[in-house]
Ligand binder design. Structure first.
Ligand SMILES: Cc1cc2nc3c(=O)[nH]c(=O)nc-3n(C[C@H](O)[C@H](O)[C@H](O)COP(=O)(O)OP(=O)(O)OC[C@H]3O[C@@H](n4cnc5c(N)ncnc54)[C@H](O)[C@@H]3O)c2cc1C
Length: 429
């Protein structure tokens, strides 16, 4: 198969359309309307309905999904190219039907949902008629899911959930929650946790408060479950199978975040370059100074390296159709993402001087976003460990006292090899 960095012309046309559409119709929404998740904002919903229809008409709605679920089934590479456009705007994923956490929750429902669950929750989610929440992290434990304590106990035809969850994005706007709970504390967490669908109006489900992340969102919910009773058929996936179910969601989610981060890094880079050629300093533009040029060159290299790593990972997912087989690559882009975002946004902020630190420019938000990308879906350190462990599996210990590439040992072996050959050559001369 050929190596090819070109986009096929038919899809490029769609990308060009999306680029123009996002620039002219969608990016302005970020400055006018509050929150893409708030479907009670009738003005915003009415305004955006025709925009969503335009995306559907172009066949670009819910592109993360296969055709059997109403998506175009373009695959991850093309999704990556599209997300490189959508990531510029907070509203764009909602206008294109691929916003988190609904996109990941749809993936879980599609893979593990019963026909009844799909009809009730998946279809309206895909149509953009309802919203969802993913409820996993707890106040006392995030990175290590084996410490989660929210539990679900079987009681006749129901499950009863108790516990607390933390940083559950956009819970306030969700019609249902997908909740991870311990169902069998006597076995390892990897076999003893299950997923449940909990409708938002269920008695006992309470949003204690919405936590604000400056420059990012006002809706990271602290949720309490007190004797929350759901029917047995609300178990999502196998009993005890929550870890496998979660991986279906988190693998895709991390890649989609990375794809959209490429867009935001590009935005910061473009602003940096515009500033460099606009701002006059002693003797010329900011861009004529070599230290500015160094910032621009380094930023471009880091951005393009990251982009290629993301697209290669997308290509591997298309090839293997299994997130677990691409775990190392997903971990790598998860680690690279906050660094590249931070470094490019920081340089862009710096070149804008006082204006850069003000809230009249988006750089501070971008730097917070970089920090978030290093925490949400697991912190950087956890992914570094995953990556390193997977890489080390491909290596064997050195056969003796010295490393394989130890020069004196290799020279000795090479000399012995040549000497043996030489005897042959001389004998046959
Ligand atoms: C904006 C945002 C949105 C989120 N949305 C959701 C959501 O919708 N649903 C949901 O369930 N959760 C959500 N989360 C929670 C997120 O998944 C957790 O924050 C994440 O898993 C980290 O858990 P923690 O915050 O408890 O940090 P901790 O686990 O306390 O970790 C804190 C720090 O400790 C260090 N650390 C932890 N473990 C290790 C390790 N093994 N090795 C080395 N160092 C380590 C790291 O430096 C880490 O940053 C969201 C988080 C953010 C920031």
């Amino acid at each position: 198969m050929a190596w090819d960095f070109e986009t096929e012309p038919e899809f490029q046309e769609l990308l060009d359309w999306a680029d123009e559409f996002v620039r002219t119709e969608v990016e302005p929404l970020d400055l006018v309307f509050e929150n893409p998740y708030d479907r009670s904002d009738e003005k915003a919903m009415a305004y955006t309905r025709p925009l969503k229809q335009a995306v559907k008409d172009k066949g670009l709605w819910a592109c993360h999904l296969g055709p059997e679920l109403g998506g175009a089934g373009y695959g991850q590479v093309k999704l990556g190219l599209l997300n490189e456009i959508l990531g510029r705007s907070t509203w764009a994923p909602s206008i294109f039907g691929c916003q988190a956490p609904d996109s990941g929750n749809a993936e879980i429902l599609a893979h593990y949902g019963t026909e009844q669950q799909k009809a009730k929750y998946l279809q309206p989610l895909l149509d953009g008629d309802i919203g969802s929440c993913y409820s996993m992290t707890e106040p006392h434990a995030g990175s290590d899911p084996t410490l989660f304590t929210t539990n679900a106990v079987r009681d006749g035809d129901s499950w009863v959930l108790n516990g607390e969850k933390w940083f559950n994005s956009v819970a306030a706007f969700a019609e249902f929650y997908i909740v991870l709970a311990v169902t069998d504390p006597s076995v390892s967490a990897y076999q003893g946790m299950s997923m449940f669908i909990v409708p938002a109006e269920t008695p006992g489900l309470e949003i204690v408060r919405n936590v604000r992340v400056a420059g990012f969102s006002d809706h990271e919910a602290y949720v309490r479950y007190t004797d929350v009773r759901v029917p047995a058929e609300n178990l999502l996936g196998p009993e005890g199978g929550a870890f496998a179910v979660a991986q279906t969601r988190l693998g895709g989610g991390r890649v989609h975040h990375a794809m959209r981060t490429v867009a935001l890094v590009r935005k910061a880079f473009d602003m940096m370059c515009e500033r460099a050629v606009s701002r006059q300093v002693r003797g010329g533009t900011l861009g004529s100074l070599q230290l500015t040029q160094e910032k621009i060159a380094d930023s471009w290299i880091e951005m393009e390296q990251f982009r290629l790593l993301v697209l290669r990972t997308a290509w591997l997912i298309d090839k293997h159709q299994d997130y677990l087989l691409v775990r190392k690559d997903i971990a790598a882009i998860k680690v690279a993402m906050p660094r590249v975002m931070h470094d490019v946004a920081q340089r862009a902020l710096h070149l804008h001087g006082a204006l850069g630190v003000s809230d009249e420019m988006p750089f501070a938000d971008m730097m917070i976003y970089a920090e978030i990308m290093g925490i949400a879906d697991g912190p950087t350190e956890v992914h570094q460990v995953t990556l390193a462990k997977q890489l080390l599996r491909g290596y064997q210990p050195a056969p003796g006292l010295w490393p394989t590439e130890h020069r004196p040992s290799r020279r000795e072996a090479a000399q012995a090899h040549v000497a043996a050959r030489m005897e042959h050559v001389v004998a046959n001369h």
